[in-house]
Unconditional design. Structure first.
Length: 705
């Protein structure tokens, strides 16, 4: 019985083992297949992940100007055709001297009889010459010739406008797009290779229920994305291959560049361009005068004729020569009316030219903003690519050390995302080049090599946190606000320098020392503002400066800030030069005084001081604050501070006034714009009290929202 139980037990155990083997075998096979497929994905990863380490080979910056050059055979300007037409008209007018051969024949079928003086005739004929001297003749043709010659000169002085012509603009844009498409297609080939390698494996893993539908759809979406982009870029380039010289296209990736706004925006304000513009206007006005010459309204012609008459009541015919002169004068002659018309049209031309110049500058400014926006986008994608590089590096390390968290499909998707980012960056670069083409089309006289500069990540406009900020604090504000509040306000607003105005009384000086101490404790520099215009005429300005420092510790100050305004004097317009000389003499004295006391010298000046005066001011001052008040448009400020920045941008601070703005946001937007456009990143705000009120307005607006 025991034996039977033992046999039964062994038999049952054998059945269980065999059953387990029969069920486990397919699962083991399935797991092996999954493991094999994952190994295939790892092989794809090991084969392709080095793509992330490859970098573009860039062309040199010298290629960029050459890209914008169009050969004569590739471009024909309509100005050339206009000149040819004008030349043909001039040649025609030269041969039209107003001289005409005339002739007439008249036959009287029934002339009658017994007429006096034998004037009736059977027939007559006349031949001769007529010469129109004034209107519609010799002199007016000379005027017309001169008008056409002037038009040719205007064509020569007018820069060729690529955008208007169209042909050059399109030809260069084709080159740019073709060049970038070539490199986009190469990256798409890499993406397609990776997708093809993982597609079949991913599909089998999906069928084995080891890959989610969401992951499978992501791969399919990548496939569609690559296919559609490849078709767009390739079909465009295939079409262009038959139309452009492919050998002239740069082989490597075109370099990333930045635009020097100060050089291209003011290109039309150079001496040469200004003279050209003035010359064109003068020629246009001269043409108006030529077209409305009073003599053109007068008709003066001379005649010389041979006359032949076959008389009715005579057996003889009659022939003779005759000469005459004819004059036609309009009544009234309209000399004054013509002059008034010319003057009115001349003023219209001047107005239109100013408006065109203003619109052109605005258009250029918009183009520059668009370019800088593209540059910002490129910067963002550059940082995004760096993030993918780091994520791929981490996956590479995981795979190397056999980390269980390593997923080859995730890693390959990261690689695809990085390559997709590379295409986006190339596309933004392409848009930047097209934007440069748009800028160049508006100022075709500009040299491309001089308005571009190498691009580095740190050359983008500084963030708002890195803008150097100063603020004026008047003595009245110190009585309305606690010193701790003022110091904390400046700290929170990241203001690095306070320009402090103090009254001469001891109480104010004492309160000032407390405020200066609190500002210094927060790392805020203090400049002592002196705004006494009497310094201009003072016999001993050093004594007045010494008096301003009385009761203060110079070690707590960094500079004396002179807010002396010669332009505010009542007789400034008549004694401008004298006041400027006195101001410069004051600066020299103040500079010596500051040096002796271990202080710097800062000054506040308006935007309209002459260039020679500016050079001497910058020679004495350590900082120059430009009072760009009453205007809140960046276009105006950029133009107005150009001379100061050209002298020394490192010393220049742009001062803006709070009461010129509706709220703080509007003010900050202007500072951000100027920070991008100018070569200085230092700004001063005028003044503390009104800026606090400006903040309150902004807070109230936000609360209402």
């Amino acid at each position: 019985m025991r034996y039977f139980k033992k046999v039964l037990y062994l038999t049952t155990l054998l059945v269980i083992v065999l059953s387990f083997h029969s069920f486990s075998q397919p699962n083991d096979s399935k797991d092996s297949l999954i493991s094999f497929k994952i190994d295939e994905l790892k092989a794809v990863w090991n084969l392709d992940n080095d793509i992330s380490r490859k970098e573009h080979t860039y062309e040199s910056y010298s290629v960029i100007p050459r890209l914008f050059v169009i050969k004569d055979s590739e471009s024909v300007s309509d100005a050339q055709y206009v000149k040819k037409v004008n030349d043909a008209r001039i040649d025609l007018l030269k041969k039209s001297i107003g001289l005409e051969a005339v002739g007439s024949f008249l036959d009287n079928f029934n002339p009658g009889f017994e007429t006096d003086d034998n004037l009736l005739y059977h027939f007559r004929y006349q031949v001769g010459l007529e010469w129109n001297i004034l209107g519609d003749g010799f002199l007016e043709n000379r005027y017309k010739q001169q008008i056409l010659k002037n038009e040719n000169t205007i064509l020569a002085l007018t820069p060729k406008t690529k955008k208007t012509d169209g042909q050059d603009y399109v030809a260069v844009s084709h080159k740019i797009i073709y060049a970038f498409n070539t490199h986009k297609i190469k990256i798409l080939q890499f993406r397609q290779q990776i997708i093809d390698d993982k597609m079949s494996v991913a599909n089998e893993l999906y069928l084995l229920k080891r890959l989610s539908r969401l992951n499978m759809l992501q791969i399919m979406q990548q496939q569609v994305d690559v296919g559609s982009m490849n078709q767009i870029y390739k079909s465009y380039n295939d079409e262009l291959t038959m139309k452009i010289n492919v050998d002239s296209i740069p082989k490597n990736v075109l370099p990333v560049f930045d635009v020097d706004f100060s050089k291209f925006f003011f290109v039309d304000t150079t001496v040469t361009q200004a003279k050209s513009t003035d010359s064109i206007l003068k020629l246009q006005i001269e043409n108006l005068k030529l077209a409305h010459k009073p003599l053109s309204d007068i008709r003066l012609n001379t005649q010389l004729r041979y006359n032949y008459y076959d008389l009715v009541n005579s057996i003889y015919s009659r022939n003779f020569m005759s000469a005459g002169i004819g004059v036609s004068v309009p009544i009234p002659l309209r000399i004054k009316a013509n002059k008034n018309l010319v003057n009115a049209q001349a003023k219209l031309l001047e107005f239109d030219r100013k408006e065109d110049s203003k619109n052109k500058q605005t258009d250029l400014l918009n183009s520059f903003y668009e370019f800088r926006y593209k540059l910002k986008q490129y910067s963002n994608f550059y940082e995004k690519r760096k993030k993918y590089e780091e994520l791929i590096r981490i996956e590479r390390v995981k795979e190397k050390f056999g980390d269980m968290e390593f997923n080859p499909l995730t890693a390959l998707n990261l690689l695809d995302e990085m390559l997709s980012t590379d295409i986006e960056m190339l596309d933004i670069q392409q848009q930047m080049y097209l934007q440069l083409l748009d800028i160049h089309s508006k100022i075709p006289s500009a040299d491309i090599s001089k308005i571009i500069k190498p691009y580095k990540m740190d050359t983008l406009a500084m963030s708002p946190e890195k803008i150097n900020r100063s603020i004026y604090i008047w003595s009245d504000a110190q009585t309305k606000y606690e010193s701790s509040y003022i110091a904390e306000y400046l700290r929170l607003n990241k203001i690095s320098t306070a320009i402090l105005s103090l009254k001469k009384d001891n109480d104010n000086k004492s309160a000032g020392n407390v405020l200066i101490g609190k500002l210094n404790s927060k790392g805020i520099k203090v400049e002592l503002l002196i705004g006494n215009n009497n310094l201009l005429t003072a016999s001993n300005p050093e004594q007045m400066l010494e008096s301003s420092l009385a009761g203060l510790d110079t070690k707590t100050l960094t500079a004396i800030h002179l807010d002396v305004e010669p332009q505010a004097m009542s007789d400034w317009n008549t004694n401008r030069e004298d006041y400027l000389q006195k101001y410069l003499a004051l600066l020299k004295t103040a500079k010596q005084f500051c040096t002796q006391n271990g202080l710097q010298l800062s000054v506040s000046i308006p935007v309209f001081f002459p260039e020679e005066t500016l050079k001497e001011i910058y020679a004495q001052a350590d900082k120059v604050y430009i009072m760009a008040y009453e205007h809140k448009d960046s276009d105006y400020i950029v133009r107005k501070v150009k001379e100061e920045l050209d002298v020394d941008a490192s010393k220049t601070i742009i001062a803006i006034r709070a009461k010129d703005f509706n709220d703080r946001n509007e003010c900050e937007n202007l500072i951000t714009e100027l920070n991008q456009l100018l070569t200085t990143h230092s700004f001063a705000m005028h003044d503390f009290e009104t800026f606090v009120k400006l903040d309150e307005i902004s807070v109230n607006k936000n609360n209402k929202k």
